[in-house]
Design a protein. Structure first.
Length: 332
């Protein structure tokens, strides 16, 4: 009787252990098929083995991302792109060296213009010498040719020495013409190089106010695409700020988080379908400002697709019109 009781106890203990052991959760994958549809499955279909997928935890958190397998053509393209970027980096590094040399050699644009003028004078002097030599050689050839014609008119044979002199003079004229062409080509090359250096020097040394493209007022098309509203004055900017706050709260799916006179920001996206808006007041000059609307999505493949969707583009595009419409109503 005791032996039977012992066996029953062991069976019950094993059964209770099994009950207390947590059941292993199945793997869950999030996949996107060739048509852009999002699928969830605990297995990877053979036809999607090479597609991008995300391994999810039981709570839906992304544990691992497997990117879509690249084709041989894509791999070759990326390799070629990497080679091009390396060459580009070399060119950029070389340009930095040239820029430093330019800035260290010249201290003003006037020095560059003076240096160019001196270089051009050297070429002009060389050209004048060559032109003088050409004039003398041409005159000499004319005299030699007259002598040869005189021998022929008299029925005499032109001396070999005179023929040799004529050939030598003709070759000399040819060499001078080649030198003149080379001088002109070299002068043009140096002039172009100096002009490029002058333009580069002016770009490197111009003031931040003149060079910064961020300070220019964007076109209406650019403003709509970027989500920008330009303020004409402080009074209008303060009104637009409050109107923009309404726009942010109206279209953001997350709750407000930060609000002051320079930044309006709702909480970050918590889900793939969340859209979080923020607004910043950016100074253009000491007295001019522009309001910049930014849109944030979840850091996931679905969130990235949402932020690049037409829905978000339309939302950004409507911002400026929304503010303008509200401002016009307040002035009526």
């Amino acid at each position: 009787m005791q032996v039977r009781t012992f066996r029953i106890t062991i069976v019950l203990s094993c059964f209770l252990c099994l009950l207390s052991t947590p059941v292993l959760a199945k793997r869950m994958y999030r996949l996107v098929d060739q048509y852009g549809n999002t699928l969830f499955s605990d297995q990877i279909p053979p036809e999607q083995a090479k597609d991008r997928r995300e391994l999810l935890s039981p709570s839906g958190r992304v544990l691992e991302v497997t990117e879509k397998a690249k084709t041989k053509e894509q791999q070759e393209l990326e390799k070629h792109l990497e080679e091009l970027r390396k060459e580009e980096e070399k060119l950029i590094a070389r340009q930095k060296v040239n820029d430093n040399a330019l800035l260290n050699t010249f201290h003003s644009k006037e020095e560059l213009y003076t240096s160019l003028k001196l270089k051009m004078q050297v070429f002009d002097n060389q050209r004048k010498v060559l032109e003088g030599n050409l004039k003398n050689a041409t005159k000499q050839l004319q005299e030699q040719q007259k002598q040869a014609a005189s021998f022929e008119r008299n029925g005499e044979k032109v001396p070999k020495r005179l023929f040799d002199d004529i050939n030598a003079t003709q070759q000399q004229i040819q060499r001078i013409n080649v030198a003149l062409t080379a001088n002109a080509d070299r002068q043009m090359l140096v002039r172009n190089e100096y002009n490029a250096d002058i333009e580069r020097y002016l770009f490197l040394t111009q003031s931040v106010k003149k060079s910064a493209p961020q300070t220019r007022i964007p076109s209406i098309k650019q403003a709509n695409a970027l989500g920008l509203f330009y303020c004409e004055n402080d009074h209008q900017c303060n009104k637009a700020w409050e109107i923009a706050r309404t726009f942010v709260n109206l279209h953001s799916t997350t709750k407000p988080d930060v609000y002051n006179d320079k930044l309006i920001m709702n909480r970050p996206p918590a889900n793939d379908t969340d859209i979080s808006l923020s607004l910043s007041r950016i100074a253009i000059t000491d007295n001019d400002y522009q309001l910049f609307l930014d849109i944030h999505c979840q850091d996931s493949s679905i969130g990235e697709e949402l932020c690049s969707s037409q829905k978000v583009k339309d939302l950004r595009f409507s911002f400026r019109a929304f503010v303008n419409a509200a401002l016009s109503r307040t002035t009526q």
